[in-house]
Design a protein around this ligand. Structure first.
Ligand code: ZN
Length: 402
């Protein structure tokens, strides 16, 4: 699982605060192995900042804090939970190519099909964006198999783009004045961040399945125009029972807290029931309005998207904010393990008992985000990786499984 977060348009300081929280929620709840963001300025110059570990540590970096300014028009953020590929900074999102910069939530099943001859990428996601860069979305997406929610900025078109299939979520919301667009993998993350910063916004929507949405990024002080939308499906899949949890070997090994059973949300039972009823009603209304629009035969904007009604009571938001803080404390006792697992301290001590495969020194808990796992019980320590021969060691370790 990974998380997508971002914003585009006339970025303000208030918007930046909202974005930081949305990325942090995504990082804590959906992927803490690495955090990254691409910051695109009005002149298209782009700063890519990635680091191992969660977004809270990430935003302690001066360059991460200072990258976003009055000249920024797009910020694409990502919290990674590694499923395919090593946990390294190179494999962190976003990925920058000639024409696009973007981030992916999901896992592809056909990485090797989409890699060109003599091409090799560290992750399925990087291979995906390479294909998107070379061929454009209209040709690239129909070649994909697996799960995806994609966000990318197109330098030629000056557009911010979204497409997802039914295996991954992605939500967006505009500021009340229509000048800033925000997005996140989960809707409560947007709502909570807006609430915490007293930020006025329009109702959030989920990106419709198999629809490509592209918004031109407006000039300073202008509002977003209507999005361009077209159908865009991946490659047909064989109709076996696709079981996400069974194939996702990189899932969390920690017990799922009781409040996150339903889509990692920690709403009370009563609020959940209210929300379910309201969601049902909204779906019904959306269906009716679609039928009405279909009958009129008019061009449809990004409609027939189901609006998930949002908990708006102050108490509920505060509960969310509190729970987030608690969760952060709890995660201080965890570490990334081999194959994308999360280990507690005891489990991590066991997994590292063989010592560094290169220099045979002990693993250090405070550097747990910086070691590289090469098998279930083998790792390379942070000192070997960060030394002058770090890249060479990493390559050898990866190729031969030292
Ligand atoms: Zn070492």
């Amino acid at each position: 699982m990974c998380g997508l977060a971002g914003m585009a348009g006339d970025i303000t300081l208030a918007a930046e605060k909202v974005f930081r929280d949305v990325l942090t929620f995504n990082s804590i709840y959906r992927g803490r192995h690495s955090t990254g963001m691409a910051v695109v300025q009005r002149d298209n110059s782009t700063k890519l900042i990635k680091q191992l570990g969660n977004a809270i540590d990430f935003f302690e970096r001066n360059d991460a804090l200072q990258a976003i300014n009055a000249q920024t028009k797009v910020v694409i953020g990502h919290g990674r939970h590694a499923t395919r590929g090593q946990i390294t900074r190179n494999n962190a999102h976003p990925f920058l190519f000639d024409n696009i910069v973007g981030a992916h939530n999901g896992t592809l099943d056909n990485k090797h099909d989409i890699e060109g001859k003599d091409e090799f990428f560290g992750t399925d996601s990087e291979a995906l964006f390479n294909l998107l860069d070379k061929e454009g979305a209209a040709k690239a997406v129909p070649k994909l198999k697996g799960a995806w929610a994609l966000t990318w900025f197109d330098y030629q078109q000056n557009t911010i783009n979204f497409v997802r299939n039914d295996k991954r979520p992605l939500w967006f919301a505009f500021s009340e004045d229509g000048k800033i667009l925000f997005w996140s993998s989960e809707v409560w993350m947007l709502e909570t961040a807006f609430y915490l910063h007293n930020f006025k916004y329009k109702a959030p929507f989920q990106i419709e399945v198999d629809k490509w949405l592209a918004w031109e990024v407006p000039a300073v002080n202008a509002t977003f125009p209507r999005a361009k939308m077209r159908k865009l499906e991946g490659a047909p899949e064989r109709n076996w029972n696709y079981n996400y949890s069974a194939t996702n070997r990189g899932s969390y090994s920690v017990a799922t807290p009781y409040w996150s059973v339903k889509q990692q949300r920690f709403i009370s039972k009563e609020a959940g029931e209210l929300e379910r009823q309201a969601e049902q009603k909204a779906k019904e209304e959306a269906r009716k309005s679609n039928e009405a629009e279909d009958a009129k035969g008019e061009e449809k904007p990004a409609s027939n998207i189901v609006t998930l009604p949002v908990p708006t009571t102050k108490g509920l938001f505060e509960t969310i904010a509190d729970a987030c803080k608690k969760k952060v404390e709890r995660f201080d006792n965890e570490a990334p393990g081999p194959d994308g697992t999360i280990l507690d301290r005891e489990g991590w001590n066991r997994a590292t008992h063989n010592k560094c495969a290169w220099c045979a020194s002990d693993a250090e808990w405070e550097h747990r985000d910086e070691i590289q796992w090469i098998s279930q019980d083998q790792f390379i320590c942070h000192e070997c990786l960060s030394g002058p021969d770090g890249d060479v060691i990493k390559n050898i370790a990866t190729s031969y499984g030292v």
